[in-house]
Design a protein around this ligand. Structure first.
Ligand SMILES: Nc1ncnc2c1ncn2[C@@H]1O[C@H](COP(=O)(O)OP(=O)(O)O)[C@@H](O)[C@H]1O
Ligand SMILES: N[C@@H](CCOP(=O)(O)O)C(=O)O
Length: 324
């Protein structure tokens, strides 16, 4: 379930009124999702009915949220299909509903494509590159909070829960990534706002056409290549085995590069960044699994999946040349 905080019809009506979005027609809790309270809201004004998503943030604070919400607004204003937070008369997009920080955004059409083919990958790849370019003049700054510094902090905390061989792999991969981060190629990587969690379940398709990216709550400033690597590790692998799927990966990268060609540093560091993307989610899944936060709403994902992906990335590096 994903209604952790009940919202009454009166509270929804008051929000719609403050945002001048018309009268409440329907308020329906969204059962999927593991982190926030989400409702579908239907409002009606003189132009007809419109569907929105109301999110009450259960974990992120009112201090952390402006970076994500304003990034979504910035991208929407630059023509990227992402949920656009509705503003009140003062221009505020972060509201309070039932005592929680909240946002109301447009509902993206369609559903997830959980078994993507090359065409889906190519649509996501091209839009990812457009999103990176559109984010170049975004003024707010918040680092990717699940990046190298967090890995260095968190690895010692999860190590005691691992078998010796897993611990050795985690230690050596972390050392490798610290080494990579000191290289001139890494310093030269182009950076900007990245989604950082653009898995299959954070993208919508309708009738085979991409309708949008959502769930920007792990976004931050980081290397664009990191975002690409996180995507390839989900969109272009065989989920049961973690094995690389060359056809989907080529479609993804070719479409990305048709909008924004990769630099020499990015081509050089693609294999290392694919390892970084796998490491990042191995660590976060280990952390959620072994150290569930008190009263946490998170349902832990299987950490061994990303251990498998990491082992594959090390044993069979995927180079930019192999992807065309
Ligand atoms: N803007 C949106 N448009 C359409 N559906 C959405 C939108 N935002 C969320 N959803 C739906 O709500 C579900 C839960 O949202 P999600 O962001 O994954 O929640 P959580 O942060 O709790 O994991 C998604 O799987 C999707 O079906
Ligand atoms: N994509 C991450 C988990 C993040 O959860 P989300 O539901 O907020 O996207 C993973 O698979 O570990």
């Amino acid at each position: 379930m994903a209604v952790f905080t009940e919202v009454s019809a009166d509270e929804a009506r008051a929000l719609l009124r403050a945002l001048k979005l018309g009268e409440l027609r329907e308020l329906r809790g969204i059962q999927s999702g593991i982190e926030n309270t989400n409702y579908f809201v239907t409002a009606e004004d003189m132009f007809g009915a419109t569907e929105y998503v109301l999110t009450l943030f259960e974990r992120l604070t009112a201090e952390q949220l402006p970076f994500y919400l304003h990034l979504m607004k910035h991208l929407a204003q630059h023509g990227i299909p992402v949920p656009d937070p509705a503003a009140d008369k003062d221009g505020d997009i972060l509201h309070t509903v039932a005592g929680k920080p909240a946002a109301l955004v447009n509902k993206l059409a369609g559903g997830h494509e959980l078994a993507p083919g090359p065409d889906h990958c190519s649509q996501v790849g091209a839009m990812l590159a457009r999103m990176h370019l559109a984010g170049r003049d975004y003024k707010r700054h918040q680092p990717n909070l699940r990046s190298l510094a967090w890995w260095n902090e968190t690895v010692p905390v999860v190590l005691p829960f691992l078998e010796p061989e897993q611990a050795a792999l985690l230690r050596s991969e972390l050392a490798f990534q610290n080494h990579v981060a000191g290289s001139s190629a890494w310093q030269a990587l182009p950076r900007g706002p990245v989604h950082a969690d653009l898995f299959r379940d954070n993208v919508m398709f309708d009738g085979g056409q991409l309708t949008g990216f959502f769930d920007f709550y792990f976004a931050g400033i980081d290397a664009w290549l990191f975002d690409l690597a996180v995507c390839l590790n989900d969109w272009a692998i065989d989920l049961p085995t973690g094995r690389h799927d060359p056809e989907r990966a080529r479609a993804f990268v070719a479409a990305y590069a048709s909008v924004r060609p990769l630099t020499a540093a990015e081509r050089q560091l693609l294999p290392a960044m694919l390892r970084a993307g796998a490491l990042r989610f191995w660590i976060s899944r280990l952390w959620d699994f072994h150290l569930p936060r008190e009263a946490s709403l998170l349902k832990p994902h299987d950490p061994t999946h990303f251990e498998r992906v990491l082992r594959q990335r090390i044993a069979q590096p995927v180079t930019a040349a192999a992807l065309g």
